[in-house]
Design a protein around this ligand. Structure first.
Ligand SMILES: Cc1ncc(COP(=O)(O)O)c(C=O)c1O
Length: 439
């Protein structure tokens, strides 16, 4: 028996539905292929343990929030010190100043820093700053890029790949808010130019995931980020990199360091605090100093810079700054992705593997590179479903999202031995899929 047919998980979900809306604490935690959440009793290093204590090699890693591995000792020790200090919130400490100074040293665009609790909140404050600085209202985003669940970011193109009027991506979002939103396809400089020409003088901010990890892994095509930087500068638009997922993933300074393109503002979250709730907004001093109390742009919060999260982040960054960390991470990543592609090719399963640093996308039913959202959503979700369920049955955990390409990743606790074990399991799953396709 495996988690896919666990009676205790089925019973817990049935109980959960009596008190939790939809039986879950967050909508996207529902695993569409299991028909319920994947219940976990504990986690350690690269592994999750289910309700019956069965072990799974984790290829979700808390949606990317855990890069060092679950329960990293340095992070746990730092948090214990925070507990002993009285679980401070709504107070400033020397640790906050130290964390901000560290971020200013390692993130290329960071001249000033503010903390927030979630990526959603950081996105909103970044947009508010850009609107104040430019005196404009509109927001340019890229199709499928995810910036949290605040209203300005909850729009989608009317059709994948098209740059027509956006539609609300959630109930309860007024359609007319979409008048302020311009959506263009990723990696398409001509579409970007058309949108900028149509909306000249109206766009306050352009926001992107510099690597589109929320669609798996769609890197910018050569020169695209530099072109976006150049065109936003020419048009007086504030460029915001949402590095909530890409931050720390392939370089200490995130995608902006890796590609050598510096935005005006940047948001970070997830990996920065190893699973503790902390987000960061950072960027140009002249913009950031517009935040209250120095300027008129509102930003504050009771849980902003909660001490446990700040200490977790300091411990995380100490680990990530150790010599050779990124060389080793990228070596493991490249070796793993090449082997994964090789085994799909060998077994005859149509799948394209795209990865950069510690996160990757698997695009089933496709052999050519995926360059934008339209490509990603056109992939074969039924093959993906069979792949993910086959992996879960054999002790590898992948999360999934209904109708979305989803993303996967590993951590620094996934050594070559773990990744080799995963490759051998995936080879079995792929052989099964290939046999099913023949019959
Ligand atoms: C790129 C990106 N931006 C923003 C967010 C929102 O962050 P949070 O879930 O902390 O609100 C996410 C969450 O997955 C994300 O991946």
């Amino acid at each position: 028996m495996s988690e896919t047919d666990s009676p205790s998980a089925a019973q817990l979900f049935s109980d959960a539905r009596l008190s939790l809306a939809g039986g879950v604490t967050a909508g996207l935690r529902w695993h569409p292929y299991l028909g319920r959440p994947f219940y976990v009793s504990r986690a350690e290093g690269p592994y999750l343990y289910d309700l019956e204590g069965r072990r799974y090699l984790d290829f979700n890693m808390a949606n990317g929030a855990v890069l060092l591995g679950h329960g990293h000792p340095a992070v746990c020790e730092a948090v214990q010190a925070g507990l002993a200090a009285g679980v401070l919130t709504a107070s400033e400490t020397e640790h906050h100043v130290r964390l901000a100074a560290t971020l200013c040293r390692v993130i290329p665009c960071a001249e000033r820093v503010r903390f927030a609790v979630t990526g959603t909140e950081a996105s909103l404050v970044a947009l508010r700053l850009a609107r104040h600085a430019t005196g404009r209202r509109k927001l340019l985003v890229f199709a499928g890029h995810f910036h949290g669940l605040a209203e300005p970011f909850l729009f989608r193109p009317s059709h994948p790949g098209d740059d027509g009027p956006p539609l609300p991506a959630s109930g309860g979002v007024p359609r007319e808010y979409g008048q302020d939103v311009v959506i263009v396809p990723w990696n398409d400089p001509d579409a970007l130019d058309r949108a900028l020409a149509r909306q000249r003088g109206e766009i306050a901010a352009a926001v992107c995931e510099p690597v589109h990890y929320n669609a798996g892994c769609i890197p910018p095509q050569p020169g695209f980020l530099a072109y976006l930087r150049q065109r936003t500068q020419e048009e007086g638009i504030v460029l915001i990199f949402d590095e909530v997922l890409s931050g720390f993933r392939m370089a200490l300074g995130g995608a902006q360091e890796y590609y050598g393109v510096t935005p005006d503002l940047c948001t970070l979250a997830k990996a920065v605090a190893s699973g503790f709730p902390l987000a960061v907004l950072c960027g140009r001093a002249d913009l950031m100093e517009q935040l209250s109390p120095g300027g008129p742009v509102a930003h504050s919060g009771t849980y902003t810079g909660q001490l446990l999260s700040v200490l977790a982040a300091l411990a995380t960054l100490r680990e990530l700054q150790a010599p050779g960390v990124y060389q080793e991470l990228n070596r493991r990543a490249e070796r793993f992705y090449a082997a994964l592609q090789g085994l799909f090719d060998r077994t005859g399963v149509p799948a394209k593997v795209q990865g950069l640093g510690a996160r990757f996308g698997l695009y089933f039913g496709r052999r050519e590179p995926v360059v934008n959202w339209a490509d990603a959503v056109a992939c074969d979700q039924s093959l993906h479903r069979r792949f993910v369920l086959g992996c879960i049955r054999r002790g590898l955990f992948f999360h999934a999202y209904l109708g979305l390409p989803g993303h996967a990743g590993f951590s620094l606790a996934h050594g070559d031995d773990c990744l080799d074990e995963a490759l051998s399991v995936i080879e079995d799953v792929a052989s099964d899929l290939a046999r099913q396709r023949e019959t």
